[in-house]
Design a protein around this ligand. Structure first.
Ligand code: WQD
Length: 340
């Protein structure tokens, strides 16, 4: 059965392609290589022994998108990762984010209607909750005004899909609201490839440990948390990838309750920045160079998921630990530091 994965050479996309291939799905990837590298295709192939189909297409190019769907007739489902995702950059370049994250979604959904492709998994984010009122966060928590254009594209994206599902009863979709993806595939063949200076914590940690960055700045230790640093729900990217296959199969098997569903995908546990640092040092036997600096604009104090709905409805639960993720992230960093 052929599945299209857009953004399939990206961090989460590549790990999802591996998980799909391991379940026997025939995968074709669309990626414009704006935030990924063609070498990821080799990495995927090394892990599974199966080279996925690949088309270097920019989904903003509507004629190219139409041409793709005229050439590929038997696609049963789409998992849509392709989007810009840097919160800070989205504040500087909002129109790039609205164009890249929303036009592309609309073009894909239009083609799904044209070609009667019914099953759509959308990469969403816990960022839609903003600063939550209650913790852990359930799917019924209020979606707050977005703190960034990036977050707004995820909220608007979900609304576009919701309206599409209302208008087209045969269309089925699930949005997965990720918490904080970290780690790398245990094989060491694929992982995170941040372009330039990493915005996210764990790639900055591994690059500091590798000597690429001089020291890690801990953005604030004056939060109302046990150790004063902010708390997040860090989920191993391999667990996150597997949740996409489970969600897709819910649609393929027609076991969804309504034709648009939303699930939080996290571990259900919160960890502070300092806990990540200490755990990284312990797991990898490395002393990390870091300093405490001021808070980062837009950061929330604490966010972690209530994952009971995904457990109940999808039968999915994260099984890897933060320690597994930090070990795998370091293995990957050492690999790419050697080859660069
Ligand atoms: C985690 C914690 C920082 C870097 C973002 C997006 C979210 C999702 C995941 C796409 C925070 C602290 C970080 C550093 C630090 N992306 N930190 N020093 O901001 O929780 O979530 O990425 O969907 O939408 O908002 O992740 O890794 O940037 O930060 O102290 O050098 O680490 O302050 O508390 P975040 P992050």
């Amino acid at each position: 059965m052929k599945i299209l994965v857009t953004g399939g050479l990206g961090f989460i996309g590549s790990h999802t392609v591996v998980a799909l291939q391991e379940k026997g799905y025939d995968v074709v990837i669309i990626d414009n290589l704006s935030n990924s590298d063609i070498s990821v295709l080799e990495g995927i192939t090394k892990i599974t022994g199966i080279r996925p189909g690949f088309e270097a297409i920019d989904l903003r190019d509507k004629p190219k998108v139409i041409d793709f769907f005229n050439r590929y007739h038997n696609i049963e489902g789409i998992i849509h990762f392709a989007a810009s995702k840097a919160v800070g950059e989205s504040v500087q370049k909002p129109l790039l984010y609205y164009e890249n994250n929303l036009n592309t979604l609309i073009y894909l959904l239009q083609q799904m209607q044209e070609k009667a492709i019914r099953n759509f998994i959308f990469s969403s984010s816990c960022t839609v909750y903003g600063e939550p009122d209650d913790l852990p966060i359930t799917e019924t928590a209020p979606v707050k005004p977005a703190l960034s254009p990036y977050g707004n594209t995820k909220q608007i994206g979900e609304e576009i899909i919701r309206d599409t599902a209302k208008a087209y009863p045969l269309f089925k979709s699930i949005a997965l609201r990720y918490f904080n993806p970290i780690g790398a595939h245990p094989s060491g063949y694929i992982g995170e490839l941040p372009l330039g200076i990493p915005q996210n914590l764990v790639p900055f940690v591994t690059q500091t440990a590798a000597g690429i960055r001089k020291e890690l700045s801990v953005f604030g230790d004056d939060y109302p948390t046990p150790d004063g640093t902010a708390i997040r729900d860090y989920i191993h990217v391999v667990d996150l990838a597997e949740s996409h296959v489970v969600a897709l199969e819910r649609l393929l098997n027609n076991t969804q309750k309504v034709n648009f569903e939303v699930f939080n995908i996290g571990t259900g546990r919160g960890s502070s920045v300092m806990e990540i640092i200490k755990s990284f040092e312990n797991v990898n036997g490395i002393k990390l160079n870091y300093k405490i600096t001021g808070r980062r604009e837009g950061d929330v104090t604490a966010v972690w998921a209530d994952t009971s709905l995904a457990e109940k409805e999808l039968g999915w639960k994260a099984r890897l630990t933060m320690e597994d993720a930090l070990r795998d992230a370091w293995r990957w960093q050492q690999k790419i530091s050697k080859s660069s």
